[in-house]
Design a protein around this ligand. Structure first.
Ligand SMILES: *Cc1c(COP(=O)(O)O)cnc(C)c1O
Length: 390
């Protein structure tokens, strides 16, 4: 039976220190969680603004279920599209300065749908080597020709773009790289796209809500500039609603004609049940909060500076990052896991991230900060890491 083959594959993975495990939370997501009956101080979630269990979101969800019930009951193009979805799409488009937006059930599905709907066999995709797995899978699904450029290497991208091809061109990039926390050079990317008549798909899963004025996202970063943001019809903007926004789902914002095309062609939009409309009510509440409550972002910047200053002198390299994603590069898979486990015994949860999520030899602790952390929380992590280093 092929079961033995499967077991052998699992055993091999385990021997390499690559077996993944799930932890079941017995509490709400937040900086204090309960796992296996044990309270943990968590630096492990993407709930960067601490909104995932905010009372106003829960109240909006409840109001939403009173009006719309729970299940959407069908896909958007059959009978599962609700006025709450419309209202949210309009709000999102306006917030990020685009003519139109389209909701998807997850960021993974948004990337699959957008790439597959916009390019095909005769077209060419140019992708950063450190892009999120969902973008990589989207490229495969689209059947387009794929050219990967070295991480943030604009000279390499320029060289690839200049090679002749007759089809459409699409450059795809994370705006904030999900396992490194660094930023893509969006103005330079856009300039190259202008020169080569290419589209630019920006995946802002980790920038939306965090970067830019009022949290409008990476197109509006830096927030204190007088610039209006990166405005171009070439930019196809994607962001998720399950990270800083604290709910679930994702959206693509772009020119109306792009959105209309997605509605007709994006298979991951068409052939799936719409997300519960009440979730859109919760996202709307979250958008209002995250725009208004600038203190959440201010608190994040403060904690980031505190952590970075506090971790100087460790034997592991704190990778360069100005975002709430602060990766501590360990290298060896087993060492990364052992560090993560030792922190756990001290009541601190920092996940170890291993290949294939990150390149071979770059296993790391991915420290995620949240506006809901206190300075004492961060101080506790700093001293635990210094003690482990001895
Ligand atoms: C999390 C993430 C996604 C997927 O979004 P989900 O809503 O979790 O499916 C896509 N791209 C990047 C860069 C991400 O970090």
């Amino acid at each position: 039976m092929p079961f033995e083959v499967l077991q052998h594959e699992l055993d091999t993975r385990a021997a390499q220190g690559l077996l993944r495990h799930r932890c079941s939370l017995q509490s709400a997501q937040g900086t204090r969680v309960k796992v296996s009956g044990k309270p943990l101080l968590s630096f492990s979630s993407n709930d960067y603004l601490g909104l995932a269990c905010h009372p106003q979101l829960l109240a909006a969800l409840q109001m939403g279920t009173q009006q719309y019930g729970l299940g959407a009951g069908a896909s958007h193009l059959v009978s599962g599209h609700f006025s709450a979805h419309d209202e949210l799409e309009h709000a999102l488009a306006e917030f990020v300065g685009k003519p139109a937006a389209l909701l998807f059930s997850s960021g993974y599905l948004a990337n699959l749908g957008a790439v597959q709907a916009l390019v095909g066999r005769n077209d060419r995709i140019f992708a950063d080597k450190l892009n999120h797995a969902s973008l990589n899978d989207a490229m495969l699904l689209s059947r387009a020709q794929v050219r990967r450029y070295r991480h943030n290497d604009m000279a390499h991208l320029a060289q690839l773009l200049e090679q002749p091809n007759s089809g459409r061109k699409l450059v795809v990039t994370d705006a904030v790289f999900s396992m490194d926390g660094d930023l893509a050079p969006l103005p330079e990317l856009l300039a190259l796209c202008e020169q080569n008549d290419a589209w630019l798909l920006v995946d802002d899963a980790h920038g939306f809500g965090i970067l830019g004025e009022q949290g409008r996202g990476s197109l509006f970063h830096p927030a204190d500039s007088d610039l209006p943001g990166l405005v171009s019809p070439r930019i196809i903007y994607m962001a998720t609603l399950g990270k800083a926004v604290g709910v679930s789902g994702a959206f693509i914002a772009a020119e109306q004609v792009v959105i209309d095309t997605l509605v007709q062609n994006a298979r991951s939009y068409i052939y799936t049940t719409a997300s519960p409309p009440a979730l859109s009510c919760a996202v709307l509440a979250s958008l209002r909060l995250l725009q208004k409550e600038e203190w959440r972002r201010t608190q994040l910047w403060k904690l980031i500076a505190q952590l970075r200053a506090g971790l100087i002198g460790l034997p592991w390299v704190l990778m360069y990052s100005d975002t709430p994603i602060q990766p501590l590069l360990v290298g060896n898979n087993n060492v990364a896991v052992a560090l993560s486990e030792t922190l756990r015994t001290r009541g601190i949860w920092v996940p170890a991230i291993r290949p294939p999520t990150v390149p071979q030899g770059t296993a790391r602790l991915r420290i995620s900060l949240s506006a809901a952390h206190s300075e004492q929380d961060v101080a506790q992590l700093i001293s635990a890491l210094h003690e482990l280093a001895h």
